[in-house]
Design a protein around this ligand. Structure first.
Ligand SMILES: *[C@@H]1O[C@H](CO)[C@@H](O)[C@H](O)[C@H]1NC(C)=O
Ligand SMILES: *[C@@H]1O[C@H](CO)[C@@H](O)[C@H](O)[C@H]1NC(C)=O
Ligand SMILES: *[C@@H]1O[C@H](CO)[C@@H](O)[C@H](O)[C@H]1NC(C)=O
Ligand SMILES: *[C@@H]1O[C@H](CO)[C@@H](O)[C@H](O)[C@H]1NC(C)=O
Ligand SMILES: *[C@@H]1O[C@H](CO)[C@@H](O)[C@H](O)[C@H]1NC(C)=O
Ligand SMILES: *[C@@H]1O[C@H](CO)[C@@H](O)[C@H](O)[C@H]1NC(C)=O
Ligand SMILES: *[C@@H]1O[C@H](CO)[C@@H](O)[C@H](O)[C@H]1NC(C)=O
Ligand SMILES: *[C@@H]1O[C@H](CO)[C@@H](O)[C@H](O)[C@H]1NC(C)=O
Ligand SMILES: *[C@@H]1O[C@H](CO)[C@@H](O)[C@H](O)[C@H]1NC(C)=O
Ligand SMILES: CC(=O)N[C@H]1CO[C@H](CO)[C@@H](O)[C@@H]1O
Length: 795
């Protein structure tokens, strides 16, 4: 079958030697990182980045008679070096006396970077249009060779946009279907030949995105979909994307890119695809003086794409590796026995919906199909992403469409369904995801019988005591459920009695029409207490509709709070409530629609962030400050917002900022300096320490959150994603309530009317989220409108 057995994992802890042996004719480093028109380099000379991390020069792979220009890590011992980028990969220079003596990398008269052979023929060039006579090429400490205009600093071309087999931190790999750009990793043909090999690693067109390694056009390995923080089909999380991987996916632009950001560039990190299709991540620090493999795929037979065929499942701990999924049998028993699994499996018992219904109707014994739960799976390929609110919606959809064979509801992705053969399924021993496989009633009944048998023997052995305890527990649980349900119902109905006389009522029909009956395509996101929909009223006005449904169970308090407060607040930096609807089953709030969504969608998205220049950022910050000042000092109520964060700042057409979501806000008395609360609510990372830990809140708590926002605006980084010494910390481990100014002082500071006081020595706060939690937050590019509400009960 051509499948190679690979080195077991334990190997990985040993240093990995010898990538590409190559000879660099005794290098006389021209101790510069810059190539100019008057200073070309020829074989034997190199460019060195200013921090001595990367080197560019001519090299000849071992056993080869071809010469190339490439970039490699300077600080890796010479025999372990890997060339990370090759200029003339497909146009090598033949090693001849003339070439060796007088070929050169130079900047031509047209300003382009050119590789000339001994006869001054161009072998390779950057081929961009250059409009000045001042272009220079420079090698950066990230390993990026850039051609730029030395006067304006404008970058005309950079090697990072043309990756070959290596992914370096700072690069963006991916594609844009609109422009046709494809930045994938492609292997060398052999270790001695940089010309394109068979293996390519990049993104497929799936939503959510998946990374593939292809062998020619055939898939060879698959990462599974990205869930916002990781690829769910890759188990070795710590090694695979411990630091700084992020996927930036924009469906509208048709683009998906993976970025890699490392925080200490003095270590060597890179990833490359070998000529035999293995993706390796390499690491070297000052203790280990040779780069070693810190992670790689594929490592075992089950990692090879689709090794067990459709509806087969691969388990690396079993022999043979392949089995059929529950309810399925081998397509061809003979092939299967021979270990030829590619034919896969077929269903044992037809599903009800597949049967001839006219026959069934007469037999009258139709039992519904159901789902069998398979745990710890690598979810199959060829999924369809479906927007539904919850897992029951996902199940319903699957059950209602006979071609649906399985579904899964994954945190960070939501609903995915499969309508064809289930390909590339793997059974993990831990982690992985639950897969719900559609099975006929007969298959499910078998399961039930087995379970019953087990329960009967269990109870006879352990006697009635356990059963009694179980019954008691069940009773208590049911009673609890009833009380909870009752409370929720009461809460929900209490909302009816609220005074909404100050608010215009918008007819339910009108809201239905405006939102296409709350169609999922109109859903904007999830607010503090329920989904938010985009709508268009009859008169053409765009609105956002927040919906509190009876079933949501939570958020009645927040809903009431929001109505009470916001109907009394009016300021141009607060989002405006246009009306409401309080029908028994549905509680709806209608707001003006903010075209530019929330601040976090800009700030934490590498592509959109660029649109926020300093003037815009300042404008936004000023707006937030004015809105807060109004809340704290100038409104009739005097309100503390308590959940100020980037996702609660909305932006209108002109990028005016508007504070939204008053679900957690509280009014306070003028005399009240610090109030105490039993329930600490808000979002981790934005809560002031005296509030988060002691439950004390005051207007200064908002000032704290504002400060966090300010730092995020300036740094473009999430507070909870700040790194220091390779550890995840808060952007602010430091602050003190007394040192914080009031909002009126902040507004003055921002308007430049007072001298800024000197900063004081910061105090430390305690880090209370684990690295892993922070990491998963950090890797999310944008949480959309989703409220990340963390509730800590006070002591
Ligand atoms: C890649 O594909 C070729 C041709 O289809 C096959 O001969 C080869 O064995 C494959 N390589 C691996 C590593 O599977
Ligand atoms: C170079 O060629 C020699 C002889 O053909 C061979 O023994 C050796 O393994 C080759 N080296 C590499 C790195 O391919
Ligand atoms: C190549 O160009 C350089 C500079 O223009 C010149 O000095 C050299 O003689 C040329 N070599 C050949 C073989 O034409
Ligand atoms: C340079 O780019 C132009 C326009 O894209 C193309 O027509 C030309 O073939 C390119 N030249 C080389 C040498 O790649
Ligand atoms: C570049 O230099 C050439 C010759 O020296 C000159 O003719 C041309 O105008 C210059 N172009 C620019 C953009 O300065
Ligand atoms: C379903 O059954 C009817 C009557 O038994 C038969 O005429 C028809 O061809 C069957 N249809 C299929 C798709 O098997
Ligand atoms: C069932 O799902 C398939 C695949 O998504 C789709 O093409 C088909 O229209 C669906 N059928 C129904 C009845 O929804
Ligand atoms: C909304 O639902 C009603 C009744 O169910 C239906 O008549 C109407 O066409 C639907 N409107 C839209 C826009 O789907
Ligand atoms: C990176 O690591 C090196 C070696 O451990 C250390 O000296 C340096 O201070 C670190 N740099 C940063 C920015 O943490
Ligand atoms: C920065 C930015 O994207 N601004 C947009 C805000 O919304 C208006 C109206 O849709 C756009 O024209 C702006 O470009």
């Amino acid at each position: 079958m051509g499948i190679q057995y690979r080195i077991p994992f334990s190997f990985l802890s040993f240093p990995f030697l010898l990538f590409v042996l190559f000879t660099i004719p005794s290098q006389h480093s021209t101790a510069t990182d810059t190539l100019t028109q008057s200073q070309p380099i020829s074989p034997g000379q190199t460019l060195t980045s200013s921090g001595q991390t990367f080197e560019l020069g001519f090299f000849i792979p071992s056993n080869s008679s071809k010469q190339y220009v490439g970039i490699w890590h300077k600080n890796i011992p010479i025999h372990d070096r890997k060339v990370v980028w090759v200029a003339n990969r497909e146009n090598p220079l033949t090693v001849t006396a003339t070439n060796s003596a007088s070929s050169s990398l130079t900047i031509g008269k047209d300003g382009n970077l050119r590789l000339l052979d001994g006869m001054n023929n161009t072998v390779w060039l950057t081929n961009v249009s250059v409009h000045s006579n001042h272009s220079i090429a420079m090698l950066s400490d990230r390993g990026d060779l850039t051609l730029k205009d030395s006067v304006s600093g404008l970058i005309l071309w950079e090697s990072f946009n043309y990756p070959y087999d290596t992914f370096l931190p700072g690069m963006m790999l991916g594609m844009n279907t609109k422009t046709g750009e494809k930045r994938f990793m492609s292997s060398w043909l052999t270790e001695d030949d940089p010309s394109p090999g068979k293996f390519v690693c990049g993104f497929s067109m799936d939503t959510p995105p998946q990374v593939f390694i292809w062998n020619g056009s055939k898939p060879y390995w698959r990462s599974g979909p990205w869930d916002g923080s990781k690829f769910i089909g890759v188990l070795d999380i710590e090694n695979a994307y411990g630091d700084g991987f992020n996927v930036i996916h924009d469906n509208q632009q048709g683009s998906v890119y993976m970025a890699w950001h490392v925080y200490n560039t003095s270590y060597v990190h890179f990833m490359f695809i070998t000529p035999d299709g293995t993706l390796k991540r390499m690491f070297m620090d000052e203790q280990v003086k040779n780069p070693y493999v810190s992670w790689m795929v594929p490592v075992n037979r089950c990692d090879i794409y689709g090794v067990c065929g459709p509806f087969g499942v691969c388990n690396k701990n079993k022999s043979p590796n392949c089995e059929c999924l529950k309810g399925f049998v081998p397509n061809s028993i003979d092939d299967w026995k021979k270990g030829n699994w590619a034919g896969g499996c077929v269903r044992k018992t037809d599903l009800l919906c597949q049967k001839n219904t006219s026959n069934l109707a007469s037999s009258g014994k139709a039992q519904n199909d159901g789902f069998g739960k398979l745990r710890s799976m690598k979810l199959p390929d060829h999924f369809e992403y479906l927007y539904t609110e919850d897992s029951s919606g996902c199940q319903q959809w699957c059950l209602s469409n006979c071609s649906c064979v399985a579904y899964a509801y994954v945190t960070g992705i939501d609903c995915v369904v499969w309508t064809g053969g289930l390909m590339d399924v793997q059974q993990f021993s831990l982690a992985g995801n639950d897969l719900y496989l559609r099975l006929s009633y007969l298959e499910l009944a078998k399961d039930k019988k087995n379970n019953e048998k087990f329960i009967i023997s269990f109870t006879t052995i352990s006697g009635v005591v356990l059963l009694g305890a179980f019954m008691y527990g069940l009773h208590r649980w049911r009673a609890n459920q009833r009380v909870n349900k009752e409370n929720r119902r009461k809460d929900f109905e209490m909302a009816d009695s609220m005074d909404t006389s100050e608010l215009p009522i918008i007819g339910f029909d009108k809201i239905l029409a405006a939102t296409d009956n709350f169609s999922t395509t109109n859903k904007l996101g999830e607010g503090g207490f329920g989904p938010v929909y985009k709508g268009k009223l009859e008169d053409g006005q765009l609105v956002a509709v927040k919906r509190l449904s009876r079933h949501s169970g939570q958020g009645v308090e927040e809903f009431k709070n929001e109505i009470i407060l916001i109907s009394k607040l009016q300021h141009r930096n607060l989002v405006r409530l246009l009306g409401c609807q309080m029908k028994k089953e549905e509680k709806l709030l209608v707001y003006e629609y903010m075209t530019n969504k929330s601040l976090d969608t800009f700030l934490f998205d590498a592509t959109k962030r660029v649109k926020l220049d300093w003037a815009k950022r300042f404008h936004i910050i000023q707006g937030i400050a004015r809105g807060l000042l109004y809340l704290h000092r100038d409104s009739c109520l005097r309100v503390i917002h308590r959940d100020l964060k980037a996702s609660n700042i909305l932006l209108d057409d002109d990028m005016n900022s508007k504070i939204s979501d008053f679900g957690l806000a509280r009014t306070f008395q003028v005399t009240q300096e610090l109030a105490n609360t039993q329930r600490v609510v808000g979002t981790f990372g934005y809560m002031s320490p005296e509030y988060a830990m002691g439950g004390l809140f005051s207007e200064k708590s908002d000032v704290y959150s504002f400060g966090v926002l300010l730092l995020e605006m300036v740094s473009g980084m999430r507070n909870t994603c700040f790194h220091y010494r390779e550890k995840y910390l808060n952007l602010l481990g430091y602050d003190h309530a007394a040192d914080r100014p009031t909002m009126s002082v902040v507004v003055l500071m921002l308007s430049n009317e007072i001298d800024l006081p000197h900063p004081k020595q910061p105090t430390f706060t305690i880090q209370s989220l684990s690295d892993v939690d922070l990491r998963s937050q950090c890797n999310k590019i944008s949480s959309g409108n989703k409220a990340s509400l963390s509730i800590i009960e006070g002591r």
